[in-house]
Design a protein around this ligand. Structure first.
Ligand SMILES: [Zn+2]
Length: 334
């Protein structure tokens, strides 16, 4: 029995390590962007680049046969649109199928998740489908430039979603997960409004987008170390002390805007996702939504966190590290 356990553990580790390598290799546009092109709380970097563990069933089911009504638009630069209740897809003639699918993901998959985990249901968020890389870089104001865009990318600056040839990336679930992720950013933006967006730190903005993406892909009971983007760094950190994990206050200071340093970027996202996962795991599925609502009132995320937890930010940060350590220890059989 023990042998089987070690074999399974070895296999799991192998898959995790292998995923890490594939991800690095497949990541030409990690850290796109030009320093100085910072918009507070926009993407820390370009769209999320994910790995998908083999043999893992996707947690979502979208009915792509549902057709959303199309109509002509006026002056948005796009000739056609399809409207759902939470989102409106703008597209060029010939791209109707992609527009319908993107809308199906957001309306069928996104709305319920945003309502449940953010406590807010968005209305009329625009989603633009670019069909050329020039158009994407231009309309999305993408700071990484043309060389850093790949098919299937997306971004959500300023409450609008921009997609470049969605569903043309062959990795299963990649586009759906990315669309759900960008939908989180757009929903938080609509909820807080432009003036209050700066009060939600980048690591919680990214962390919640990754968290909801993982819930969508792997179900609400997802294993954080299996799903979190570059979770191998979190494991390394616990096992070797390198890279050093950041405290919550430090994450709050260092994770806004453009992040040039790759390890820091991954830690911001990985620790951000683990933080949001831990908050909901400990205080219930609505807990992160309560923090958002509190931030809207108090404009102070540390206060919102301690209102929820009854702890200081540093105490709560230590709780999260302790939890991560016990998870890593049990994963490695200690
Ligand atoms: Zn993001």
């Amino acid at each position: 029995m023990k042998d089987i356990y070690y074999v399974l553990t070895g296999l799991t580790l192998g898959i995790i390590l292998l995923s890490g390598c594939i991800q690095q290799g497949k990541d030409p546009n990690i850290n796109p962007g030009t320093p100085g092109a910072t918009v507070v709380n926009e993407e820390i970097m370009g769209g999320p680049k994910q790995t998908y563990p083999a043999q893992q069933p996707l947690g979502f089911k979208i009915d792509y046969s549902q057709v959303y009504p199309a109509s002509a638009t006026g002056a948005s630069g796009f000739e056609m649109k399809k409207a759902g209740s939470g989102f409106v897809a703008y597209y060029h003639p010939g791209d109707e199928n992609n527009a319908n699918k993107a809308l199906a993901v957001l309306e069928q998959g996104g709305l319920n998740l945003y309502k449940k985990y953010l406590g807010f249901e968005p209305k009329g968020v625009p989603v633009y489908l670019a069909t050329s890389v020039d158009e994407y870089v231009n309309i999305a104001d993408f700071p990484g430039g043309i060389e850093n865009v790949e098919v299937g990318d997306g971004s959500a600056p300023n409450g609008k979603i921009y997609l470049y040839k969605p569903f043309e990336d062959s990795r299963p679930g990649k586009t759906e997960g990315m669309i759900i992720h960008e939908g989180v950013h757009a929903t938080i933006y609509q909820y807080l409004g432009q003036d209050k967006m700066r009060y939600i730190p980048g690591f919680l903005n990214e962390g919640s987008a990754h968290y909801i993406e993982y819930v969508f892909k792997a179900g609400p009971e997802f294993d954080p170390l299996d799903q979190i983007y570059h979770s191998d760094l979190l494991v390394d950190s616990i096992e070797t002390g390198n890279p050093r994990l950041l405290g919550l206050d430090e994450l709050g200071q260092k994770c806004d805007g453009y992040i040039a340093e790759e390890t820091l970027n991954f830690l911001c996202r990985g620790q951000g996702a683990y933080t949001v996962w831990y908050i909901n795991e400990t205080y219930g599925d609505e807990a992160f939504g309560k923090i958002l609502s509190d931030v809207k009132q108090t404009r102070d995320w540390q206060k919102a966190l301690s209102n929820l937890t009854g702890k200081t930010t540093s105490q709560f940060g230590q709780d999260i590290k302790d939890n991560l350590k016990s998870r890593v220890d049990s994963m490695s059989g200690v």
